[in-house]
Design a protein around this ligand. Structure first.
Ligand code: 6GU
Length: 269
């Protein structure tokens, strides 16, 4: 899979040479190239920003260097066609939320291009213009503001890259992790079984695999109910066992018409 990242701080992406993603690049599983937006400027000062029309705080990224960079990246993609356009991901707190489901979807693509904005963002006309040759997707990591897209790209490249075949050594570990099935991961423990007066739950030492699976499932449900009840609101209930429904009932969630509904904690008489 091909990744291109365009940024005024390409050095910000240096961590992508490390660990699993770095190894995947060296192994040829992932072809990731960094581009310095300033090399696509034509003026002496290598200007990438200007003041916003309509006034207001901060600066806006100029369209010309972005167009030149996006054209250069496209020219380097011999496989791009009208039918199979590369995906242009524009990190922005105003984007669609990047979730595990989106990571899976993007891991099926041939070519992802990341356009890292700084300041107040990129002139909107660049995104409109790019739709002729790219599938354009503004993407947010969540409801908070970063100074630029680079940190978000580190997160997205890692989340997508680890889903590519061969990047994660044991593909089983992708099955049981948080968000794999719409729930948070269960807690994990290792040796020693007793540590500073705290014991690993007995059931995990029992060797009873059925009991262990039920315990872990319950812990997933408990954690999700307490930390991320919003995930339960949208959980697919069709596969829930009787035992799981019972645990959810104890946690204040009832199945009504195939949806989980939070029971009123203190109904009026
Ligand atoms: Cl993708 N970019 C920026 N600048 N801020 C963010 C974000 C992205 N996601 C959350 N905050």
């Amino acid at each position: 899979m091909r990744f291109d990242v365009i940024s005024i701080f390409p050095e910000y992406l240096a961590p992508l040479e490390l660990s699993l993603i770095g190894k995947a690049r060296r192994d040829g599983l992932l072809d990731l190239r960094l581009h310095d937006l300033r090399t696509f400027t034509t003026d002496r000062h290598r200007t990438v920003d200007d003041t916003p029309y309509g006034g207001g705080a901060g600066m806006v990224m100029k369209p010309e260097p972005w167009a030149a960079a996006l054209e250069a990246v496209l020219a380097g993609d011999s496989k791009a066609t009208d039918a199979r356009r590369p995906v242009l991901i524009v990190p922005s707190p105003a984007g669609e939320v990047f979730t595990q489901a989106v990571a899976h979807e993007l891991a099926e693509e041939d070519h992802l291009v990341f356009a890292c904005g700084r300041y107040e963002g990129i002139d909107e006309r660049v995104l409109d213009w790019a739709r002729d040759s790219y599938i354009v997707r503004p993407m947010s990591l969540g409801d908070y503001v970063l100074n630029g897209g680079e940190v978000a790209v580190l997160a997205m490249v890692e989340a997508i890259g680890r889903l590519l075949p061969g990047v994660v050594g044991n593909p089983e570990s992708l099955v049981e992790e948080s968000h794999a099935d719409g729930l948070l991961e269960y807690p994990v423990y290792t040796k020693p079984s007793s540590w500073r007066g705290r014991n690993v739950p007995d059931v995990l030492l029992s060797g009873n695999h059925g009991k262990i699976a039920r315990f872990r499932r319950d812990e997933q449900l408990r954690r999700t109910a307490s930390r991320r009840p919003d995930l339960l609101d949208v959980l697919d209930t069709t596969g829930l066992t009787k035992a799981e429904r019972a645990t959810l009932g104890e946690l204040g969630f009832d199945v009504v018409d195939g949806r989980l509904v939070r029971r009123d904690p203190d109904p009026q008489p």
